[in-house]
Design a protein around this ligand. Structure first.
Ligand code: SF4
Length: 441
């Protein structure tokens, strides 16, 4: 989401005549978009901003701004550590950045001292509608589309409701129009973004024919010519009711991939986290999705060392983790976020215990991913070709199950769906060969 927000700000700045430069040493203005999800993310951003502040002292005309979640979380208090920052802009004010920069530059050009830092972290009605402009590559294949912002779930570990505010959805027509325009510019795959995408539009649109507004949106996007794949993140398990599971059966552009955040495999911990599902319900969703799509690949989010998590609770997480057979997982050690309910809970787990549990799940994930990838060796996968890989030696694309594949190809195939025979696999990557047209798999 931060990538998408940054892109939207960059697009607005470009439209205003600003130029994006590839190297931060070349810029006159640097905007640091920040994350608050864990303490480590904030510490990294503070370290980076501190470093940039030193540059600002050497080059007084250099403009430094802090945007996003940490700006929202800390507001003007950031100035205690970063007194030379020019701009602090919260999560509902990204679209105001060009105006603020114009003012700062006008003051600078008039020789007026820049003066006090601009701090804007207020809520703004309709701000979710402003994340809509794109900076596309020369041959864009994939794009993110923001569909909603904020979350009303109040998971006890999570700072998102504090920094992103209440759930606010964009109008369905605007999302469809943006997606259609992207498809016309060559985009083949769209990933819908939101803090809780499955809650999309629940206050704005009625259920029709037993289908949630989110499923209605998927249906409309599915009809767009040119789009080959639709993905979304992040959903909530409670959003996987019958209508969404059934949608996988009839909307082939939804790939064979679901990110399904688990957080914990212990019902006791799920209750303490204020996550409104059980391990049994979670497994039911996984089974239902695999019934509709036997090839379904799953990824998840897990927190280890939540306050009060015992060995028994962790054993349940480990057991469920192995049962689901994830292809990918984002495993986090619980990080205290001030202002959340869990921060004040008894039974904080020692750091070394969190680390040990983290390592156990990482090892399990490595084994699972390798086994799942190796099972694909010898098969032919439909791959959406995205472009050259980082080294420029091969091309890369992703399978319907969201696994990355490297292979030799021709530039003119970028943006096409092509059959690739998988020849070898590592934990994270597949290597293969294009199957020439007319050759049977
Ligand atoms: S549903 Fe997700 S974003 Fe919302 S509070 Fe829970 S973890 Fe945070």
């Amino acid at each position: 989401m931060n990538e998408r927000d940054s892109e939207a700000v960059a697009a607005l700045l470009r439209a205003r005549g600003y130029r994006l430069v590839p190297d931060e040493d070349e810029c006159d203005i640097l905007l640091l978009n920040t994350c608050s999800i864990r303490d480590l993310a904030e510490q990294k951003a503070l370290g980076k901003a501190g470093h940039l502040q030193a540059r600002k002292r050497r080059q007084p005309r250099f403009i430094l701004g802090i945007l996003g979640c940490m700006a929202q979380n800390r507001g003007a208090a950031l100035l205690d550590q970063l007194p030379d920052v020019d701009l602090i802009v919260g999560t509902q004010k990204f679209h105001q950045v060009p105006g603020y920069l114009d003012n700062l530059r006008a003051a600078r050009e008039a020789g007026v001292p820049l003066g006090a830092t601009i701090v804007d972290t207020a809520a703004e009605a309709g701000s979710q509608n402003e994340i809509r402009d794109h900076v596309l590559a020369e041959r864009p294949v994939t794009a993110f589309v923001s569909i909603q912002q904020g979350c009303n779930m109040d998971c006890t570990f999570c700072i998102v409701p504090k920094v992103r505010g209440d759930e606010r959805s964009r109008p369905m027509d605007a999302i469809v129009a943006e997606s259609r325009a992207l498809a016309e510019r060559g985009v083949r795959e769209i990933t819908l973004l939101g803090q809780i995408v499955t809650s999309y539009g629940r206050r704005d649109y009625a259920h029709t024919g037993g289908r949630t507004p989110f499923v209605q949106l998927l249906e409309r996007l599915h009809e767009i010519d040119g789009l080959a794949r639709l993905r979304f993140t992040s959903p909530h398990p409670r959003g996987f009711k019958h209508d969404l599971v059934e949608a996988y059966g009839r909307l082939p552009k939804l790939g064979d991939y679901v990110h399904l955040p688990l957080q914990s495999g212990s019902n006791r911990i799920l209750r303490a986290m204020n996550r409104p599902y059980t391990r049994e319900r979670y497994l039911e969703i996984v089974d239902a999705l695999r019934r509709v799509r036997p090839e379904m690949h799953f990824s998840t989010d897990i927190i280890v060392g939540f306050p009060g998590e015992t060995e028994e609770d962790f054993a349940q997480t480990r057991e469920l983790f192995a049962t689901v057979n994830y292809d990918m997982a984002y495993i986090f050690k619980y990080s205290v976020r001030s202002g959340t309910a869990a921060a004040a809970m008894a039974g904080q787990v020692p750091e070394e215990v969190k680390e040990e549990r983290n390592q156990i799940l990482l090892r399990l994930l490595e084994q699972n991913s390798r086994r799942r990838n190796q099972a694909l060796v010898g098969t032919v996968q439909e791959v959406l070709i995205e472009g050259p890989d980082r080294k420029g030696l091969r091309f890369l694309g992703r399978t319907r199950g969201n696994r990355t594949v490297h292979f030799a190809a021709d530039e003119k195939l970028i943006g096409t769906l092509a059959p690739v025979r998988i020849e070898r696999a590592t934990t994270a990557v597949l290597y293969g060969e294009l199957v020439p047209a007319g050759v049977e798999s």
